[in-house]
Design a protein around this ligand. Sequence first.
Ligand code: TXA
Ligand code: MG
Length: 315
Amino acid sequence: MTQTLSPDEGGIAQAVAILRQEALVAFPTETVYGLGGDARSDRAVAGIYAAKGRPSFNPLIVHLPDLSAVERIADLGPNARKLAEAFWPGPLTLVLPLRKDAGLSALVTAGLQTVAVRVPAHPLAQQLLRAFGGPVAAPSANPSGRVSPTTAAHVLDGLSGRIAAVLDGGACQVGLESSIVLADPDPYLLRPGGIPAETIESLLGRPVGTLQAEGKPTAPGQLASHYAPVAALRLNATDAREGEVLVGFGPVQGDLSLSPSGDLVEAAARLFGLLREADRLAGPGGRIAFAPVPDAGLGRAINDRLRRAAAPRQG
Ligand code: TXA
Ligand code: MG
């Protein structure tokens, strides 16, 4: 049985007790719900991979309450420090050199010399991390290859019976995963996300590369087909073809809409919930079409997720 914990002191205390037992608790962040386990514990981290059905070569993000806690497990170069000071707490993940004395389970980093770290802003995530007092490994709380959860109900949909509990904090505000940046010596955006690339570039005062553009692998485990709903997906649709559920944006009205007013912040927050809803409406073997979304600001992360959802399924 997976318990639902209430967003109060009692719920936080139960979540902390679960983490101390090296068991798993899903918790809200401002991006998406994370599936948390003690990052120092092989048992907890192996449990995360098992609950998600995740290929173990795909490393996890470690969550900490503030920059000084991050500095105990990783080294920050000059660009990383600038970004951390500007965007933490918030939807930014930094890939940093791992300190030898970090004390993390080697499973968290899948054996890499770097670690992905994030300081989430969500008040419940902050309370949980401070009360637990240790690093929490947390991938998105969905079965591997499925749409990320932005409500506690989404978490239960995919992981009920496979994890101890979910801390219910309502809907996530940002709705898209964090932007992942490898900052030093030269900055690369490994995954577009909650902080627009343009915002990162203007803070650093220089362009930020994308490893994809150079044909190199991006973040390990950035499989082409991810966030896949069950129904087939067609992008850049301006109207619905026979039998399709159309998800609109701005002027393109659909059966559902990411944002009738064409607001990218609203569209990001609604994206994963609407993917689920469209999938349900389309039914088995059904088809979904998505209206075009401008490829700037948060739109770049939205289009990244839509392209992955539309890509042919892998393994
Ligand atoms: O918003 C988020 O980032 C959410 C919340 C829960 O924090 N988490 C999340 O985690 O999206 P996950 O596991 O679904 O995605 C983590 C990504 C993966 O693509 C992984 O390959 C990459 O981070 N990653 C982790 N460690 C890395 C490393 N050392 N170097 C490069 N990429 C890394
Ligand atoms: Mg994920």
